[in-house]
Design a protein around this ligand. Structure first.
Ligand SMILES: Cc1ncc(COP(=O)(O)O)c(C=O)c1O
Length: 444
């Protein structure tokens, strides 16, 4: 394994606190100094390349150093890098809000901006709570999330996150949320289909809403794929049934499409596959093409109107300094333009077919369980004993780097979330090398 640029590594380990990392692991795990990126590849300071098969934490849609996004940003840099959005506005934020609203058939006609995914989740939770307060139903202050849900790491977002590893240390700081059954299709019992699991989970949620009638502000879900839980996929029927329950009990439905939006599941919004519209949609990650921190919450005009008043305290007084940053919005506009100009959703169906073919031999591997795909997300679970599973992810990551692949399994789940640009050769390379890495790690 390359050690590449030693001074960057030492300096980084001395001064940078890296995210989601037990820093001591870097005593044995490589830290890789990246010099540049091009297309689907990241290149380190020794010239070694890595196929970014997870789109750099699911953000990069159209490759690194994308010429079209670069050009848009250069142009924007010459005009306006930033202006505060309270009391001011600018073309990129207006155009982006209009385009996004159009993508929802103007049903979610108002767009509120922030920077990271977790901030968007905080905003949706606060908006829902405040909506009910403004509407004279301040008893509606409880939230429901799903088992194994992940909505981010800030205190409010963590309160609706059900991943023990991330939340346990902060338990005393967190407001309790209700945790409803996950519709994860892997929970199917003998003779059941994904639809049956969806029905069962939705029925359980419905009885919770009934039990807490008048108390629940919103249900928050990750539509179609609970990504951080290990790419747990469910049938779209679940979303349809949850929408019906939320309507029946007058509860908001928040769709956290931070990971699954922007075409990742095959449609621009994952919820489209269930034919439903949530009350709030959170977007981030891919919306700026993986260029700049941008997140947003879209909501219905009726919700917006509940805040529109002469009384300042009925307004939504939330803010972040970089709200609606023009550069980030411009990157998002360039990203949406690529979707339109290149007919990306249709092309992705062909790309997905190609990569699925390339992964077929691995899908048949006797140590592979639950090989699954939704749109441009592939995942499978390694069949391992618990001792091997404890170190699987780190061993796999290291072995993958040796094969020029950037892949970080979640527990025993190996997944791919590549950018929407892989050509035939890259798909073949990914399929073959992933298989080789898996064979090696399973045999260790
Ligand atoms: C579904 C979902 N929600 C929220 C977040 C948090 O986003 P961020 O890391 O940008 O705060 C993530 C991040 O992975 C996510 O997958």
């Amino acid at each position: 394994m390359s050690t590449t640029h030693p001074s960057w590594i030492t300096r980084s380990l001395q001064s940078v606190w890296h995210p989601c990392t037990q820093m001591q692991h870097h005593e044995t795990m490589p830290l890789i100094p990246i010099s540049h990126g091009r297309g689907a590849w990241l290149v380190d300071t020794d010239g070694r390349r890595y196929l970014d098969a997870i789109s750099s934490w699911w953000v990069n849609l159209f490759g690194h150093a994308n010429p079209r996004i670069n050009a848009a940003l250069r142009d924007q840099l010459e005009r306006l890098e930033h202006a505060m959005l309270a009391g001011f506005t600018h073309e990129p934020v207006i155009e982006l809000s209009e385009k996004l609203a159009a993508l929802t058939g103007h049903e979610l006609g108002h767009c509120f901006y922030a920077s990271d995914g977790a901030s968007a989740v905080e905003i949706a939770l606060k908006m829902s709570f405040h909506y009910w307060r403004n509407s004279g139903e301040s008893e509606r202050r409880e939230f429901v999330c799903l088992k194994n849900s992940y909505h981010g790491e800030t205190i409010g977002a963590l309160a609706v996150t059900d991943v023990t590893l991330f939340r346990d240390a902060y338990g005393p700081l967190l407001r309790q949320a209700h945790v409803a059954a996950s519709p994860d299709a892997r929970l199917a019992q003998e003779g059941e289909r994904a639809e049956d699991v969806a029905r069962r989970a939705a029925a359980e949620l419905d009885s919770l809403l009934q039990q807490r009638e008048g108390r629940i502000a919103a249900v928050i879900v990750e539509p179609l794929v609970q990504c951080a839980a290990g790419m747990a996929m469910h049938d779209p029927l679940y979303l349809k049934l949850v929408r019906e329950s939320c309507d029946r009990h007058r509860v908001h439905l928040i769709a956290d499409e931070i990971a699954v939006g922007c075409g990742r599941t095959g449609t621009f919004f994952a919820c489209e596959q269930a034919g439903i519209r949530p009350d709030f949609v959170c977007l981030s990650k891919g919306i700026s093409g993986g260029y700049l921190p941008l997140s947003l919450v879209m909501t219905r005009d009726a919700i917006y109107q509940a805040f529109y008043d002469a009384d300042v305290t009925r307004g939504f007084l939330h803010s972040h300094s970089y709200t609606g940053n023009p550069l980030a919005c411009r990157a998002a506009l360039a990203t949406l333009a690529i979707f339109e100009e290149d007919d990306v959703l249709a092309k992705n169906r062909e790309r997905a077919e190609r990569l699925t073919q390339a992964l077929q031999p691995l899908a048949q591997h006797r140590s592979v369980a639950h090989f699954r795909r939704r749109g441009m997300i592939w995942a499978f679970d390694a069949v391992l004993d618990d001792a091997a599973a404890a170190t699987f992810s780190r061993r796999f990551f290291t072995a993958a780097l040796e094969q020029e692949l950037l892949i970080r399994p979640i527990g025993r789940t190996v997944y791919l979330m590549p950018p929407y640009i892989l050509d035939e050769e890259e798909s073949m390379l990914l399929g073959t090398r992933l298989h080789a890495v898996f064979d090696k790690v399973i045999a260790q």
